[in-house]
Ligand binder design. Sequence first.
Ligand SMILES: [Zn+2]
Length: 187
Amino acid sequence: MELKPTRYEGRREERGFAVEDHNSTVNQDIKRKFVSREVYGCFTQEVEYILSRWDYNDAPFSYDDVEHLYMPYCTDCGEGYINFSQEEDEDGFPIYVCDDCGRRYSEDDYRDLDTQEAEIYEWWAVSGFLAKKLAARGECVIDGPCAWYWGRCTTGQAILLDYVISCICEEMGILDGQPNSWAKLPA
Ligand SMILES: [Zn+2]
């Protein structure tokens, strides 16, 4: 499945994204370093096997432990697994903003939205640091007894090209031209 960066273009500007091209050659190199540091390996078969044993009491985790497995979807965008950003309105009350169309939902309206199950294609063992960043962006994560697992809803492209990875690197300010740029770090 291919991510469609164009879907986010309008919102990116509004939300003050500073980096023009997340996938420039330099930024791909930076994200490659980030992924090699924070992503430990693919454990799809292992995790799927464990999840398939949900009715065994000794399974180390189950679907109940998958954070964000069910996510609400925006009534404007229709069905589609789209993240919401948690923000505050003018009066300081929490609101949820659709990352795709920008529609704002109050907390009550957000809770009333219908949900759908995430389509997870791959499971990756990741650092606790990355797992928390992913979870904060609505990604599926398992806090397992010995490792953190990320349920990746994309496949068929390098992880460094995932939109969520670009967002996290930008938030950390490590992309090209940002204050903590990793451009000069050795590969
Ligand atoms: Zn929407």
